[in-house]
Design a protein around this ligand. Structure first.
Ligand code: HAM
Length: 415
């Protein structure tokens, strides 16, 4: 038997109902905040990701699914959605109609990480991006939107971690302080960080290797190097969050694993998922649209890890698969023919009804109805046909009622 490849999973019908519920809640909430759905391709030119996420990040260096297609182009399965949405914003000149665009998408992403609970090689994100708004009001608003979604989904145990990564101006001073610090710790750093040290020292702060973590204790923090504008922006974000009653903690070690961030960076963390504590992450990326060839446009966004979110939400919600409102147990071909008409009519009118199509006995039809979780069984056999009525059995209370055939439609409508 051919099995799944490592790090990917099936989302079976029992779980998929919960996924659909989360997706519906997210879409409807985001649309209340003015976001519009966008669908972007699963593969893009490799260069789009290596340039925006950064050549020296773990994602680009080690985790991308990249291949040369038959035409010789280098193609990558998207490891995230932000770069593609930026490409689309530029390519379709969305800014010409209105520089302010709020977009969201939901779908699979691919990273070749070491699989473990909450970490997959094909995983799903709910991603939201805002273009054209530089104001710190937007930073706070999207965090508010995110936390509102989590509260609607009854995710209580989660906290907002917040940092500012500054702008290229404040980063220059920070990078030289960091480089000097790294030089003093150089021998303790892992092989990757030795390489990153000179070209992209910020990435060393993000390294998960225990030796690097230890070596980086006491490293300079970007927060101490913010220019006046970045400081003011960060303070305003915090004030607005307080105004919206969103608790948060500042975390000077939060640098995020992608290179494009400027100013606000945040993560939503939970203690419910063991090692994989980040259930969502995001931040501002004011330089990316220009870097990829578009007009100078501020932008901010986030992505929620659907796999992680659904695991938390599953703990509060029961089975999401839809149960039949009724099961029509018909006996004999004449009754079955009528049941067939009814079931199709009910299904097309929005009522989930089931029937047996294998000429089973009444006893096994009752069992089948029970297995499917039907709310009631409508029994329809020769005796009922002769008396021009059906017998309705409530599966929870076991109460039975007879309903005249002529008022069956009315009964169903009232139900
Ligand atoms: P990220 O932090 O790389 O950010 O991913 C966002 C979320 O996706 C994580 O917090 C996590 O919940 C989930 N995630 C990431 N990798 C995996 C994995 N291997 N298995 C399961 N879940 C995973 C981004 O992707 C940015 N594009 C977010 C963003 C949007 N920033 C601005 N706009």
């Amino acid at each position: 038997m051919i099995q799944l490849i490592r790090g990917v999973k099936d989302i079976l019908p029992g779980d998929a109902g919960l996924w659909q519920y989360i997706e519906r809640e997210a879409s409807s909430l985001f649309e209340n905040f003015g976001f519009k759905n966008i669908r972007i391709p699963i593969m893009e030119r490799t260069e789009l990701f290596s340039r925006s996420i950064g050549e020296q990040t773990d994602i680009v260096e080690k985790e991308m699914y990249t291949f040369e297609d038959r035409g010789g182009d280098m193609i990558t399965l998207r490891p995230e959605a932000t770069a593609s949405i930026v490409r689309s914003y530029i390519q379709h000149r969305m800014y010409a109609a209105d520089p302010v665009q709020k977009l969201y998408t939901i779908g699979p992403m691919f990273r070749r990480e070491r699989p473990q609970k909450g970490r997959y090689r094909q995983f799903y994100q709910i991603d939201a991006e805002v273009f054209g708004v530089a104001s710190p009001l937007m930073d706070s608003q999207i965090i508010f939107m995110l936390m509102t979604l989590f509260s609607r989904l009854k995710v209580s145990d989660c906290s907002v971690r917040l940092n500012s990564l500054g702008c290229p101006e404040c980063r220059t001073a920070f990078k030289s302080a960091l480089s000097a610090f790294l030089e003093s710790r150089s021998v303790s750093l892992c092989e990757d960080c030795q390489r990153r040290r000179d070209r992209n020292p910020l990435r060393v702060l993000d390294c998960k290797a225990p030796a690097c973590r230890q070596a980086m204790e006491g490293a300079p923090a970007i927060g101490d190097f913010l220019c006046a504008d970045c400081r003011g922006h960060f303070d305003a974000v915090m004030q607005n969050l307080a105004r919206l009653d969103i608790p948060f903690e500042t975390d000077k070690n939060l640098v995020r694993g992608l290179d494009y961030y400027t100013r606000t960076a945040f993560e939503i963390q939970t203690t419910l998922l063991g090692a994989q504590s980040a259930v969502a992450g995001g931040g501002r990326y004011d330089g990316l649209v220009k870097m990829l060839g578009g007009p100078d446009t501020p932008a901010i966004g986030f992505a929620i890890g659907m796999d992680r979110l659904s695991e938390i939400v599953a703990a509060h919600f029961g089975d999401f698969s839809r149960k039949p409102r009724m099961f029509i147990a018909a006996l004999g071909s004449a009754c079955q023919a009528l049941a067939f008409e009814w079931v199709n009519r009910l299904n097309s009118e929005g009522i989930y009804a089931e029937m047996d199509m294998a000429d089973r006995s009444l006893k096994s039809q009752m069992k089948q109805a029970d297995r499917q979780g039907a709310a009631r069984v409508v029994i329809f056999g020769d005796t009922e046909m002769a008396a021009k009525q059906v017998l309705v059995r409530d599966m929870a209370t076991h109460e039975q009622t007879t309903v005249p055939l002529e008022s069956f439609t009315e009964y169903v409508t009232k139900m």
